[in-house]
Design a protein around this ligand. Structure first.
Ligand SMILES: Nc1ncnc2c1ncn2[C@@H]1O[C@H](COP(=O)(O)OP(=O)(O)O)[C@@H](O)[C@H]1O
Ligand SMILES: [Mg+2]
Length: 260
């Protein structure tokens, strides 16, 4: 049983205009087996939350806490967070020239487990995960994300999720840029991971479409760096009909734009 607890989190980032507050008091708890959808308009701070959980150095936590099973996540280095069981699928996965998918996965698995995986079982695991995600076996020998299409990058993120077996996964817009077939394949991968390991999921998305395939237990709406509303799956259905307008008007717009 794992519990990720985020309490009154405030985060700033350095921009040309100086220190800018992005998250203004986010509180959220994700437990083993639970799926939480975080929805919200562009620029509301969803990716900032994901990066802060993962430990991206650009984001400064000015107050609040993040703990995993009571352990202080903010005191951990990025690799320690991964070893503790946290996983981030990035909105924009990065290319790693010169590192093949095979080597990358094996190195990550070894770092997370503290020992190299037994070669036969590991090779079988990776092959099976790739087959399930309809990834051509040739991808194993390609450099990570280099020349991958948007959809291929997202499948590679879910491949990592399936073979690294984290406790809590943050999936940042894993649905963006996917056609319906790819969306189904990727969602099936997440659901397999949920069934196999009781994964807790923080599913960040702008659109409700992926929630037809990955059922959320809780839905949180993020606006201007805060959770503006929370509910169950019915809240997602409402957002599908109404969009984010009623949250955003007068909150997210710069004053000048509202007056104009
Ligand atoms: N590294 C950064 N440098 C400058 N501004 C940033 C950075 N990261 C986020 N921001 C700003 O913070 C706000 C929230 O961004 P983000 O967390 O990416 O939102 P979302 O993922 O909800 O679209 C935006 O206004 C964005 O421009
Ligand atoms: Mg984002």
């Amino acid at each position: 049983m794992a519990v990720l607890e985020i309490r009154d989190l405030h985060v700033t980032v350095e921009t040309d205009a100086g220190t800018t507050p992005i998250l203004n008091g986010v509180t959220l708890t994700v437990r083993t087996g639970e799926t939480h959808a975080i929805m919200g308009p562009n620029g509301s701070g969803k990716s900032t939350l994901a990066y802060t959980i993962a430990g991206h150095p650009k984001y400064t936590v000015t107050s609040g806490t993040i703990t995993l099973d009571g352990e202080d996540v903010l005191a951990m280095a990025v690799d320690e967070r991964a070893r503790a069981g946290l996983f981030l699928a990035m909105q924009y996965p990065v290319e790693i020239p010169g590192v093949t998918v095979t080597n990358f996965l094996r190195t990550a698995k070894t770092a997370i487990d503290g020992e190299a995986p037994a070669i036969r079982a590991w090779t079988k695991d990776v092959k099976e995960a790739m087959r399930n995600l309809r990834m051509d076996p040739k991808f194993a020998q390609r450099n990570v994300n280099e020349g991958f299409s948007g959809g291929e990058k997202k499948r590679h993120e879910i491949l990592q999720l399936e073979v690294l077996r984290p406790q809590i996964a943050v999936l940042d817009e894993t649905d963006s840029g996917l056609d319906v077939d790819a969306l189904k394949i990727v969602s099936e991968g997440v659901n397999r991971a949920k069934e196999a390991t009781g994964l807790g999921v923080l599913l960040i998305t702008h659109y409700t479409r992926i929630l037809r395939y990955i059922q959320p237990d809780f839905v949180h709406v993020m606006v201007a760096g805060r959770i503006a509303e929370e509910g169950g799956p019915e809240l997602a259905a409402r957002l599908e009909d109404e969009g984010y307008d009623r949250y955003v008007t007068g909150v997210d717009e710069p004053a000048a734009a509202v007056e104009a």
